[in-house]
Design a protein around this ligand. Sequence first.
Ligand SMILES: Cc1ncc(C[n+]2csc(CCOP(=O)(O)OP(=O)(O)O)c2C)c(N)n1
Ligand SMILES: [Mg+2]
Length: 403
Amino acid sequence: MTQPTVAPQASDVDQLAIDTIRTLSMDAVEAAKSGHPGTPMALAPVAYTVWKEFLRYDPADPTWPNRDRFVLSCGHASMLLYALIHLAGIRRAGGDAAAVSLDDIRSFRQLDSVCAGHPEHHMTSGIETTTGPLGQGCGNSVGMAIASKWLAARYNRPGQELFDFDTYVLCSDGDLMEGVAAEAASLAGHLKLSNLCWIYDDNRITIEGDTDLAFSEDVAMRFRGLGWHVEHVDDANDTAALARALTAFKAEANKPTLVIVKSVIGYGAPTKAGSHSSHGAPLGADEVRGAKETYGWSPDASFVVPAEVPQRFTETLGTRGHACRDAWQTVLAEHAQSHPELAKELGSFSPARCLPAGSRRSPTFPRTPRGSPAASPAGRCSRPSAPRCRGWSAALLILRHRR
Ligand SMILES: Cc1ncc(C[n+]2csc(CCOP(=O)(O)OP(=O)(O)O)c2C)c(N)n1
Ligand SMILES: [Mg+2]
């Protein structure tokens, strides 16, 4: 794929938003003197399209239970997520402060920064799960999709759809090389998790060079074999094609969806675009200046956020998410009226009920001659602090039945 010079379909403000994500990512990595600029530069239009057009998320309430989940499984591209959280105006859970301020972005990768090298769930609102170990975000996303289906089956009632959230995942070559992602994808296909969409960054580059070195499988065929619906987008900058693929995901009722997107890592950088040299190190002053010139930006300014950009996020994601959350609150009140027992049970899902580690004594288990299957003690330890926790230990159960 050649590197296009302009994004074909995005409006001026959309293009400005996409390039703001790119420049913030480059500037933060440059200031930190470490990080991964290339993937945020490539995936900015992809993530922007998901957030602007599809995600049901209220930036004022990042813990709203029925919010769509967005998982950055390729956690090394963390600046992409921090830029989105900042521009979308996500607030810190339980307060009104910005979850990620511009100053936070300036202190990317510094000690105690909410913008850690890789996204950390417990530290920063808007991060749905900690990622960095490749494949893990993919794995967690299948749990999220199962949770959405389970909550719907247990609590939704006719005319009272409390749960129907979708989970979107950005994943990279490294994610799809990992076994955990393959195992999770198999389960997702088996369970027909139509509320799950993985977007695969097919950039043909990994940390050490071209994917030809170690990864040549037919990903689309593999996922079709696992029971997934597969969509293709030939250019990450083609926001209209991305929107079409994501609309196909929304229309698919029986399968999870994989959208395979071809992208150019380090998009816009004069000599490092398309090369693994833009994967995991600052681009350097000349490349940053050159990339900004490619985008039509001033090469001399850093950490620039044009006012139209957060405004565009507010008009799109913010307005949609706020309306969805408001409507949900109304349904929740009706549900509490008509199904008080269910509502009481649902109310017990508060995070406060999941006690911090160490706050309860774990039970002890006597030695037995044959040992004890790990699944049973694990359940007895975790259940008191996470009463609604659902878990499987398939391998252990099989072993127990075979004895
Ligand atoms: C389980 C695991 N192994 C190794 C790494 C180190 N690592 C970070 S990024 C990367 C691969 C980068 O290639 P790709 O996933 O295609 O990302 P891209 O450079 O295209 O963004 C590796 C091996 C990791 N983060 N997690
Ligand atoms: Mg790659």
